[in-house]
Design a protein around this ligand. Structure first.
Ligand code: NAP
Length: 284
């Protein structure tokens, strides 16, 4: 749990477990690319150790860092200052120290929409009047908030546990509505954008069984799972000549505001960075 204090700026990603996090690869690339003296390291902290860890960042030589599973909600409660985005999602994935106070933000919203902008081109939202979001975990909240911010008029949330989908409705009723998982198939045809935020389709998990035949030819299918890079859902959508958006870009873009905050340079999500992470994913 303890990290050696190095010269320059030091940041971390804290989670439990943490060894599979690709954030060190992303931030390590940017540190080299911009010639910054600093470090970004994984820190494994079990839930009961999080308050002590986050309350001793200065002593550990950290300026800030990322917070991941299972700590995002606890970090929200521990941060003394929160951005509006963090308050809206009730979860924090990026923290930093300012005047000795712990600040918390949630950059997943920005990460998701920035990746849509990069993949589909700015103005994509003009063609989306109805979105169907599968899943109602923390990532789904960020996706729904991002779609709301871009003016998507109608967002249906389908989740195996309906009560969790109903909680997301609170972000903006009646633009957001919950639908039963068993009725999912009935809503596919009307959606211009379908987003999978469940863990179905992830390596080691069953695929998402969904018939895409009724989707219109200009529809977009997006999956935020990025291992594998092309999930069975995205492969099916590609075969049907639908536009697809993979999950890796969200991971890359959500990292940008944190890096800027800790290291003072706004980094770019480049093809080179993406290739580095793809190679890591494909190498297992
Ligand atoms: P979470 O809070 O644990 O939510 C998991 C979601 O998956 C819930 O909606 C859950 O439904 C659903 N689910 C799990 N197993 C299912 C099954 N067998 N059938 C139907 N639904 C099932 O996790 P999260 O943080 O939101 O993350 C969800 C996924 O997004 C993960 O795969 C994660 O890796 C990915 N993610 C990607 C990024 C990125 O940057 N690309 C960022 C964050 C997360 P119930 O509510 O019914 O349990």
């Amino acid at each position: 749990m303890s990290a050696p204090v190095l010269p320059g700026a030091n940041a971390f990603v804290v989670g439990h477990p943490i060894k599979h996090s690709r954030s060190p690869l992303i931030h390590g690339h940017w540190l080299r690319r911009y010639g910054i003296v600093g470090s970004y390291k994984r820190v494994d902290v079990p839930p009961d150790g999080l308050p002590t860890f986050l309350n001793s960042l200065a002593e550990r030589g950290f300026r800030g860092g990322n917070v991941t599973i299972p700590h995002k909600e606890a970090a929200y409660r521990l941060a003394g200052e929160l951005t509006d985005r963090a308050r809206r999602l009730e979860a924090v994935n990026t923290v930093w120290l300012d005047d000795g106070r712990l600040h918390g933000d949630n950059t997943d919203i920005l990460g998701y929409v920035a990746h849509l902008d990069q993949t589909l081109g700015t103005g994509w939202e003009a063609g989306i009047d109805s979105a169907l979001v599968l899943g109602a975990g923390g990532a789904a909240r960020a996706v729904v908030a991002g779609l709301l911010d871009r003016g998507v008029g109608r967002i249906l949330v389908a989740n195996r546990t309906l009560a969790r989908a109903e909680e997301i409705v609170g972000l903006a009723p009646p633009r957001v509505a919950a639908v039963a998982w068993a009725d999912l198939g009935k809503h596919v045809a009307a959606a211009n954008l379908l987003v999978n935020t469940t863990s179905l389709g992830m390596a080691g998990q069953p695929p998402l069984a969904l018939d895409l035949r009724s989707m219109s030819a200009d529809a977009v299918v997006s999956d935020i799972v990025y291992v594998p890079l092309e999930t069975p859902l995205l492969a099916d959508a590609r075969r049907r000549h639908l536009r697809t958006v993979d999950g890796l870009g969200m991971l890359l873009h959500q990292a940008v505001p944190g890096f800027e905050r800790w290291f003072g340079v706004r980094p770019e999500v480049t093809a080179e960075l993406r290739a580095l992470v793809v190679a890591d994913i494909e190498g297992g």
